[in-house]
Design a protein around this ligand. Structure first.
Ligand SMILES: [Zn+2]
Length: 208
């Protein structure tokens, strides 16, 4: 379990940023997990770090909330791509955050599909709930749908599933918004060829 409020780099999420404050001011710039230990990297601004000292953890919430919107948007785009290509498409990798969010799909695509994928993805931003649950290994196959890589899951006792109502239910450890209406608007920015498929760049914009 992560004893900090900071999400480490991994599972398609960029690492959180923030501050430790109290008798010390430490700017958290990067968070990595190594053998189950969460390590905060950053810059000591003031004071001294002492083992066992009390600190207040402060998340760079604007950045985290942007990442949450991007991550949920990534799951929505998974569904849109599968709908447009007519079959469930495997994902090869993803980064749901700055500097530039993308998902890589194991299918060849060309620019002519981008507009259609964007239109389809935005159709799902009509106020759908995002529900996070934990299920057992036995239950898992019955509870997921539209998940890109069900065959590639590591062996675990319990699995965390992120369901976007009527869109898909995907095993995922990332941070998400509660409702697709919080995403705003999805923009598909472009396509880059990668080995075995295509990398789709995207962004989310606040609707005013
Ligand atoms: Zn995810």
């Amino acid at each position: 379990m992560n004893p900090t409020v900071f999400h480490p780099l991994g599972g398609g999420q960029p690492s959180d940023r923030g501050w430790l404050t109290g008798d010390v001011t430490f700017e958290v710039k990067k968070v990595l997990e190594s053998n189950g230990v969460i390590v905060l990297y950053g810059k000591l601004i003031d004071g001294e770090l002492v083992e066992g000292m009390d600190v207040t953890q402060e998340l760079d919430w604007d950045r985290r909330y942007y990442v949450m919107r991007l991550h949920t948007a990534g799951h929505v785009i998974d569904r849109a791509v599968s709908d447009i290509l007519g079959h469930n498409v495997e994902t090869l990798g993803a980064l749901h955050g700055p500097p530039k969010a993308y998902v890589e799909y194991g299918a060849s695509m060309d620019d002519s599909l981008l507009e259609e994928i964007e239109r389809k993805a935005n159709e799902f931003l009509d106020g759908r709930r995002v529900i996070v649950t934990e299920v057992s290994r036995e239950e898992l196959p019955k509870r997921i749908y539209g998940a890109p890589n069900p065959g590639r899951l590591p062996e675990m006792g319990t699995y965390r599933i992120v369901e976007i109502e009527g869109v898909n239910a995907i095993p995922c450890s990332g941070t998400h918004v509660r409702n697709t209406s919080e995403i705003g608007r999805i923009q598909i920015l472009g396509l880059e060829e990668v080995e075995g498929g295509a990398r789709l760049f995207y962004d989310v914009k606040q609707v005013t």
